[in-house]
Design a protein around this ligand. Structure first.
Ligand SMILES: [Zn+2]
Length: 203
Protein backbone atom coordinates (compact mmCIF):
# COMPACT_ATOMS: atom_id res chain seq x y z
CA UNK A 1 0.00 0.00 0.00
CA UNK A 2 1.34 3.44 -0.83
CA UNK A 3 2.07 5.91 1.92
CA UNK A 4 -0.64 8.20 0.58
CA UNK A 5 -3.28 5.49 0.52
CA UNK A 6 -2.33 4.41 4.03
CA UNK A 7 -2.74 8.00 5.27
CA UNK A 8 -6.12 8.29 3.53
CA UNK A 9 -7.31 5.12 5.24
CA UNK A 10 -6.14 6.32 8.66
CA UNK A 11 -7.90 9.62 8.04
CA UNK A 12 -11.14 7.89 7.09
CA UNK A 13 -11.03 5.65 10.19
CA UNK A 14 -10.24 8.60 12.46
CA UNK A 15 -13.12 10.69 11.12
CA UNK A 16 -15.49 7.72 11.35
CA UNK A 17 -14.50 7.23 15.00
CA UNK A 18 -15.31 10.86 15.80
CA UNK A 19 -11.87 12.49 15.71
CA UNK A 20 -11.56 15.82 13.91
CA UNK A 21 -8.30 14.95 12.18
CA UNK A 22 -6.22 11.99 11.03
CA UNK A 23 -3.83 10.82 8.36
CA UNK A 24 -1.14 13.47 8.84
CA UNK A 25 2.05 12.16 10.43
CA UNK A 26 1.62 9.98 13.52
CA UNK A 27 2.90 12.80 15.77
CA UNK A 28 0.64 15.42 14.16
CA UNK A 29 -2.41 13.16 14.52
CA UNK A 30 -1.41 12.73 18.16
CA UNK A 31 -1.23 16.51 18.71
CA UNK A 32 -4.60 16.94 16.99
CA UNK A 33 -6.43 14.85 19.60
CA UNK A 34 -7.25 18.01 21.54
CA UNK A 35 -9.29 21.01 20.38
CA UNK A 36 -7.64 23.82 22.30
CA UNK A 37 -9.80 26.57 20.85
CA UNK A 38 -13.10 24.85 21.55
CA UNK A 39 -14.99 26.28 24.49
CA UNK A 40 -14.63 24.33 26.69
CA UNK A 41 -11.45 22.64 25.46
CA UNK A 42 -12.28 19.26 23.93
CA UNK A 43 -9.72 16.57 24.76
CA UNK A 44 -10.48 13.34 22.88
CA UNK A 45 -8.11 11.51 25.20
CA UNK A 46 -10.45 12.20 28.13
CA UNK A 47 -12.72 9.60 26.60
CA UNK A 48 -11.23 6.19 27.45
CA UNK A 49 -12.88 4.49 24.49
CA UNK A 50 -11.61 7.09 21.98
CA UNK A 51 -8.17 7.00 23.57
CA UNK A 52 -7.95 3.27 22.90
CA UNK A 53 -9.42 3.82 19.45
CA UNK A 54 -6.58 6.21 18.62
CA UNK A 55 -4.04 3.41 19.05
CA UNK A 56 -6.15 0.97 17.05
CA UNK A 57 -6.49 3.45 14.17
CA UNK A 58 -2.76 4.24 14.08
CA UNK A 59 -1.79 0.58 14.17
CA UNK A 60 -0.63 0.45 10.52
CA UNK A 61 2.06 3.07 11.22
CA UNK A 62 3.12 1.75 14.63
CA UNK A 63 6.05 -0.66 14.95
CA UNK A 64 4.73 -4.21 14.80
CA UNK A 65 6.53 -5.36 17.95
CA UNK A 66 5.08 -2.51 20.00
CA UNK A 67 1.45 -3.31 19.32
CA UNK A 68 -0.32 -5.91 21.35
CA UNK A 69 -4.09 -6.26 21.55
CA UNK A 70 -5.73 -4.08 24.15
CA UNK A 71 -2.51 -2.43 25.34
CA UNK A 72 -2.62 1.35 25.50
CA UNK A 73 0.05 3.58 27.04
CA UNK A 74 -0.50 5.44 30.29
CA UNK A 75 -2.90 8.27 29.48
CA UNK A 76 -1.31 10.94 31.67
CA UNK A 77 2.08 10.25 30.11
CA UNK A 78 0.49 10.44 26.68
CA UNK A 79 -0.90 13.88 27.52
CA UNK A 80 2.49 15.01 28.82
CA UNK A 81 4.16 13.89 25.60
CA UNK A 82 1.42 15.50 23.51
CA UNK A 83 1.95 18.86 25.20
CA UNK A 84 5.72 18.68 24.66
CA UNK A 85 5.32 17.76 20.97
CA UNK A 86 2.86 20.60 20.37
CA UNK A 87 5.31 23.03 21.98
CA UNK A 88 8.11 21.83 19.67
CA UNK A 89 5.84 22.05 16.61
CA UNK A 90 4.81 25.60 17.55
CA UNK A 91 8.48 26.54 17.99
CA UNK A 92 9.36 24.97 14.64
CA UNK A 93 6.47 26.78 12.99
CA UNK A 94 7.56 30.12 14.48
CA UNK A 95 11.22 29.45 13.64
CA UNK A 96 12.00 29.85 17.35
CA UNK A 97 14.62 27.97 19.34
CA UNK A 98 13.13 24.63 20.44
CA UNK A 99 11.95 24.61 24.05
CA UNK A 100 14.51 22.81 26.22
CA UNK A 101 12.20 21.02 28.61
CA UNK A 102 9.94 19.85 25.76
CA UNK A 103 13.01 18.51 23.97
CA UNK A 104 13.95 16.56 27.10
CA UNK A 105 10.45 15.06 27.30
CA UNK A 106 10.30 14.06 23.61
CA UNK A 107 13.87 12.75 23.52
CA UNK A 108 13.23 10.86 26.75
CA UNK A 109 10.16 9.11 25.31
CA UNK A 110 12.03 8.29 22.09
CA UNK A 111 14.56 6.30 24.09
CA UNK A 112 11.77 3.92 25.05
CA UNK A 113 11.27 2.80 21.47
CA UNK A 114 14.80 1.61 20.83
CA UNK A 115 14.73 -1.14 18.23
CA UNK A 116 16.88 -4.22 17.99
CA UNK A 117 17.46 -6.56 15.04
CA UNK A 118 15.79 -9.99 15.29
CA UNK A 119 16.65 -12.83 12.98
CA UNK A 120 13.78 -14.85 11.52
CA UNK A 121 13.75 -18.45 10.24
CA UNK A 122 14.39 -17.35 6.66
CA UNK A 123 17.59 -15.63 7.71
CA UNK A 124 16.23 -12.11 7.39
CA UNK A 125 16.78 -9.46 9.98
CA UNK A 126 13.86 -7.35 11.13
CA UNK A 127 14.02 -4.28 13.36
CA UNK A 128 11.83 -4.99 16.36
CA UNK A 129 10.85 -2.89 19.35
CA UNK A 130 9.74 -4.46 22.58
CA UNK A 131 6.00 -4.52 23.25
CA UNK A 132 3.90 -2.46 25.60
CA UNK A 133 2.65 1.08 25.97
CA UNK A 134 6.09 2.61 26.41
CA UNK A 135 7.12 1.62 22.92
CA UNK A 136 3.94 3.17 21.52
CA UNK A 137 4.71 6.54 23.10
CA UNK A 138 8.28 6.06 21.94
CA UNK A 139 7.04 5.61 18.38
CA UNK A 140 5.06 8.85 18.62
CA UNK A 141 8.16 10.65 19.94
CA UNK A 142 10.19 9.24 17.07
CA UNK A 143 7.60 10.50 14.59
CA UNK A 144 7.74 13.95 16.23
CA UNK A 145 11.53 13.99 15.94
CA UNK A 146 11.38 13.02 12.27
CA UNK A 147 8.69 15.60 11.57
CA UNK A 148 10.70 18.45 13.10
CA UNK A 149 14.13 17.35 11.88
CA UNK A 150 13.21 16.42 8.31
CA UNK A 151 9.94 18.21 7.52
CA UNK A 152 10.01 21.34 9.64
CA UNK A 153 8.80 23.48 6.74
CA UNK A 154 5.76 21.24 6.23
CA UNK A 155 4.24 21.80 9.69
CA UNK A 156 1.22 24.09 9.46
CA UNK A 157 -1.51 25.55 11.62
CA UNK A 158 -5.08 25.74 10.37
CA UNK A 159 -5.77 29.31 9.25
CA UNK A 160 -9.21 29.31 10.84
CA UNK A 161 -9.06 31.47 13.98
CA UNK A 162 -11.37 29.06 15.75
CA UNK A 163 -9.22 26.01 15.09
CA UNK A 164 -6.09 24.73 16.83
CA UNK A 165 -5.44 21.81 14.47
CA UNK A 166 -2.06 21.28 12.90
CA UNK A 167 -1.35 19.47 9.67
CA UNK A 168 1.35 18.42 7.24
CA UNK A 169 1.56 20.41 4.02
CA UNK A 170 4.16 19.07 1.60
CA UNK A 171 3.38 21.78 -0.97
CA UNK A 172 2.90 24.60 1.52
CA UNK A 173 -0.32 25.57 -0.28
CA UNK A 174 -2.80 23.97 2.10
CA UNK A 175 -4.41 26.60 4.34
CA UNK A 176 -6.97 24.63 6.32
CA UNK A 177 -6.92 21.43 8.31
CA UNK A 178 -10.16 20.23 6.75
CA UNK A 179 -12.88 21.08 4.26
CA UNK A 180 -15.09 21.90 7.25
CA UNK A 181 -12.75 24.67 8.40
CA UNK A 182 -12.19 25.91 4.85
CA UNK A 183 -15.92 26.17 4.23
CA UNK A 184 -16.53 27.91 7.55
CA UNK A 185 -13.89 30.55 6.78
CA UNK A 186 -15.19 31.06 3.23
CA UNK A 187 -18.78 31.44 4.45
CA UNK A 188 -17.66 33.93 7.13
CA UNK A 189 -15.67 35.96 4.57
CA UNK A 190 -18.61 35.99 2.18
CA UNK A 191 -20.98 37.15 4.96
CA UNK A 192 -18.53 39.89 5.96
CA UNK A 193 -18.27 41.05 2.34
CA UNK A 194 -22.07 41.12 1.97
CA UNK A 195 -22.43 43.13 5.14
CA UNK A 196 -19.77 45.63 3.95
CA UNK A 197 -21.64 46.02 0.67
CA UNK A 198 -24.93 46.52 2.51
CA UNK A 199 -23.28 49.21 4.68
CA UNK A 200 -22.01 51.00 1.59
CA UNK A 201 -25.49 51.03 0.06
CA UNK A 202 -27.15 52.47 3.16
CA UNK A 203 -24.47 55.07 3.91
ZN1 LIG B 1 -9.11 23.78 11.14
Amino acid sequence: MTERKLRDEIRASALAAGFYMGGETLAIDFVDTIKLKANPVLDYFDNEELYREFWRIQRPVLPAGAVSEGVAPDREQAKQLRFAIRTLFEDALNASALDRSSLDVVNGFALRAASVPQLDATGHSRETVTGGGDALLGAVARSAIETVADFRACIRHCESERCSMMFFSASGHRAWCSATCGNRVRVARFAAQRSREADQRTS
